[in-house]
Design a protein around this ligand. Structure first.
Ligand SMILES: *Cc1c(COP(=O)(O)O)cnc(C)c1O
Length: 234
């Protein structure tokens, strides 16, 4: 059953309050931080409710699911970020269906995206590079020590890709210090990359329902919230 609008609005208001509080503690403006509603496995009516509650940016982790939602969509435009592992053979559809891909973690995929973009008008496309900051083997993302070589190659070989930021998933642990360390390491990597490559690299996509305050304290500019907004996934 889809949550009613009042209940979802209360959840979103509470998240925005906690975002503002965490931003305040970090001496940051809450306006610097975007909220992505992670709508994977949620039915369209739940997304429409979220739209009515002011969520205009959605995150999906599968091309197929995004495609089905796009085909059935009856509302006005929204913005869509790809946040899940992307196979090269779905790169073309991903470019059509998403405004931004946050989960690029290898040169083969980046090169495939760039090649497809080169067939069209000379428009640049925004991507994030996903980093595995926790070292957990089940997680996607480039290893931290491989990030700079990857950026180097993408800058050299993928002129149509605009590397706007870095993305990570926090470690699966209750240990708040370990979570903070993982997020801090992404911030430090971004600072290093800005200096080394002269990139703006403004965005840090980090923080989910269970750890977004820690992420904001470490400089997150985009938090990705699924269950915190929509409740359990179906
Ligand atoms: C599912 C998912 C989220 C949202 O997770 P919640 O814990 O439900 O907030 C965020 N980021 C990525 C990459 C995800 O796959």
């Amino acid at each position: 059953m889809v949550m009613d609008r009042d209940e979802m609005q209360r959840k979103i208001d509470a998240i925005r309050e906690r975002m503002a509080d965490a931003a305040g503690r970090a001496g940051r403006a809450t306006s610097e931080i975007a909220l992505v509603g992670v709508s994977k496995f949620q039915p369209l009516p739940a997304l429409y409710t979220a739209l009515d509650c002011g969520i205009a940016l959605f995150g999906e982790n599968r091309v197929q699911e995004r495609e089905e939602k796009a085909a059935a969509w009856t509302r006005g435009p929204a913005e869509w970020h790809m946040i899940g592992h992307l196979q090269r053979n779905k790169a073309r559809r991903a470019l059509q269906l998403f405004d931004c891909i946050e989960s690029v973690d290898n040169l083969d995929l980046a090169a495939a995206l760039d090649r497809i973009l080169s067939e069209g008008e000379a428009k640049r496309y925004p991507i994030f590079l996903e980093v595995n900051t926790s070292g957990e083997e089940t997680k996607n993302g480039v290893a931290p020590e491989q990030l700079f070589p990857l950026i180097d190659s993408v800058l050299e070989r993928c002129p149509r890709l605009d590397v706007v930021g870095l993305m990570t998933i926090g470690p699966l642990t209750e240990d708040e210090d370990a979570v903070r360390r993982a997020f801090a390491s992404l911030r430090v990597l971004a600072e290093g990359a800005r200096e080394r490559f002269g990139l703006p690299l403004q965005e840090l996509s980090m923080g989910m329902s269970g750890d977004y305050e820690a992420a904001i304290l470490e400089g997150s500019t985009i938090i990705r919230i699924g269950t915190g907004i929509f409740g359990a996934r179906h």
